[in-house]
Design a protein around this ligand. Sequence first.
Ligand SMILES: NC(=O)c1ccc[n+]([C@@H]2O[C@H](COP(=O)([O-])OP(=O)(O)OC[C@H]3O[C@@H](n4cnc5c(N)ncnc54)[C@H](OP(=O)(O)O)[C@@H]3O)[C@@H](O)[C@H]2O)c1
Length: 427
Amino acid sequence: MSQHSIKIAIAGVGTVGNGVLDLLLKNKVIEKYNISIVAIASRRKIRRNNIKLKNTKIFKDAKSLLSFNDFDVLIELIGGEEGIAKEIVFNALSKSKRVITANKALISKHWVEIKRICNQNNSSIKFEAAVAGGVPIIKIIQEFLSSNKISKIYGILNGTSNFILTDMLSKSLTFEKILKKAQDLGFAEADPSFDIDGVDTAHKLSILASLAFNINCNLKKISIEGIRGIDLVDLKYSYELGYKIKLLAVTYFKSNNLLCSVYPCLVNQNDIIASVDGVYNGVVIESDFCKKSFLQGEGAGAYPTATSVVSDLISISKKDTNDFNLNQKIIKHKNLKLSERFGGYYLRFSTIDKSGVISDITKEFKKNNISMKSMLQRDREPGSRNATIIMTTHNCYEKEIVNALKKINSLKNVIRKTVSLRIENFK
Ligand SMILES: NC(=O)c1ccc[n+]([C@@H]2O[C@H](COP(=O)([O-])OP(=O)(O)OC[C@H]3O[C@@H](n4cnc5c(N)ncnc54)[C@H](OP(=O)(O)O)[C@@H]3O)[C@@H](O)[C@H]2O)c1
């Protein structure tokens, strides 16, 4: 790499790509860090109305970058775990170039392979924008906390789901209505499944866990549940009990045992993570010396994500080579199952309003070492024989809850499948 100038090639000029170009050109980052944009691969028309793009090569297809070599850093902003994004990233790394990407799916799936190519070719990759758009979580793990031992990470990593859960409660509207609103506002895709089914969160969690614990944590190792089934009544009852429901990514690593899960759960309203509402992302990292670190910010969008991409470029311009534990050997670990989770539970029973129902339920609790923490019972609707009973439990093993619910759901006075949600108690 030339000492005085960094030559960059940008692939993909969509939402994030446009944001990156705007930031580089409007805030004079180009001049300040002596960067030249030598190539842009874009299927959309690029206007060369900025003098800084006068000599830039414009390719219609990123495939052209495979045979183009006159650059130091490839910025990949196309997306997708396979296809052209993978081709150009792997090609650039094998040519000993630096790569910056916002592509969580690619990093999450090919972590081990990317690491191998980087090691073999003395190349490197940065991916701050891949997790929580405008929140510098990767740098915090790689740099600020690199002296510490990280034991646990949890947080809200998907703005769309967080917006839906926040608005359902505050506007008292159903999941379907708020999802439609999110789509109209552009916060949710036409096909929202990646966001609301927890897959997007899981991609990001796998990257954080792999990086923080120096393991290989891909999607297969994560149990994933989304927010499609969340009912407005549970948001309301939880709030009454002092909780909010959030789609949480949770991972901890102890004695080479890894738990890595994405699920909607109750968090205490006083917990720092409960204050992360709307489209915001928030992450808590627990480590041995620094204790609890909390980061919050815009999780996506053109400009926050562009800020992360450009921050990686600035790090490269300052000759920062600390990419991702390149020389460290990946630690082998055992994956804990959710049935081994030890924690609290929120349960909503739909029953016939009859004496003896609660004792039938608590009998099953006793058999499975479950102890009740609190209970709410609603007056039944006029003319209805049905009752709703809400219980929270003290900490117990998930397998005990599953066993108890199997029996409880088959009781003759229990008329619907019991709703069960985990409660996360963060100290
Ligand atoms: N959007 C966000 O807020 C956000 C936040 C964090 C991370 N990310 C990540 O950033 C990446 C980009 O996301 P995005 O939202 O910017 O997506 P996008 O708006 O769809 O942009 C991708 C661009 O790449 C272009 N493209 C596709 N194939 C190409 C090819 N062969 N040659 C040249 N250009 C090609 C697309 O062209 P067409 O328009 O013709 O399809 C599109 O303009 C993804 O990995 C995403 O996960 C996005």
